[in-house]
Write a protein that binds this ligand. Sequence first.
Ligand SMILES: *Cc1c(COP(=O)(O)O)cnc(C)c1O
Length: 386
Amino acid sequence: MKVYLDNGATTKVDAEVVKVMNIYFTDKYGNASSLHGFGREAREDVENARKVIAKSINAEPNEIIFTSGGTESDNLAIKGIMEYCVSGKGKNMHMITSKIEHPAVLNTCECLQKQGVKVTYLDVDSKGFVDIKQLKKSITKDTVLVSIMHANNEIGTVQPVAEIAKICRDKNVLFHTDAVQSYTKERIDVKEMGIDLASFSGHKIHGPKGIGFLYKRTGIHICPLINGGGHELGLRPGTENVPGIVGLAKAVEVSSKVDLKNMKKLRDMLIKELKKIPESILNGPAEGRLVNNVNLCFKSIEGESLILHLDDKGVAASTGSACSSHKLEPSHVLTAIGLPAEVAHGSLRLTLSKYTTEKEIDYTVKRVKDVVANLRELSPLWKGGD
Ligand SMILES: *Cc1c(COP(=O)(O)O)cnc(C)c1O
């Protein structure tokens, strides 16, 4: 049996998405900026896709900027705002983010710090929720932007973004959220929630890799990261990725049919069974958790060897984020929620999709129990169990 439970890293592209994309490689291959029929056809389909995508978050079509994905959207939002504001605010620019952001946000902030921007990294509690009091206290007259992710990619914590956005708006500070993990899984209404900028990606929602978008509320000014033609309001020049854009819209469309209740049921089965393993802890909250996320630590177990042994049994899992899995340090997220390094090394992230079945969950539970028991038997650190 082969079980893919690494949907936090990427997802299988939906067959309907592949089908519609194919047309744009073979027949409708025009450049959306061309004046002839091929071009006009591509333009029309890009703009229709933009409408579908805008509607999915209650935005206006001209508030959607297509990018290459979540990473670029995060960069465009954060660097774009800070660069635009240099002219107004000058040297004393300040922004606020959290300690558990995706590297696309954290490393962007680090880059800006080198250029003189002051950055506050908010603490999170043991479940991964940002410290709201600290946020309120951290906002100064120099604060330009607050960037807090909607759902965490490692431990699934869903932040109260509407509450955070309101705090920002009351203090006249812009609010950006990385909504890559929550998109199509949590309700996102940018107007109602008061979000100014938000990042999204195609390949986490059964769309293609290399396409995503930034939502930018009308009236907010940002600088482009690259220069070129006038595409995407001049904020993201370069010939539109028409197959990607149309595929992304189709992925959004088909996502409305997903049975999130069932996904949650399977997630909770998995959590309940894996928590029965001695000396295991659930990372992240029980309530306010992303519907497809499971993350546990098993004492005296190396996360990496757990993943490799599970891979041997056909179960594709992760220790945390795919982006940091080649590093030997424990995850910055698990460190931020207060886990000691030796515990944080033993983490296992299992992320479900609409294709995950109960049979796969049962199989996975058995394999994880076996592998943990076997590894512990071999571990000099493990004293329990006999
Ligand atoms: C995957 C992910 C990203 C990066 O998106 P790409 O499209 O792969 O660049 C950014 N933020 C979060 C929270 C993610 O999970």
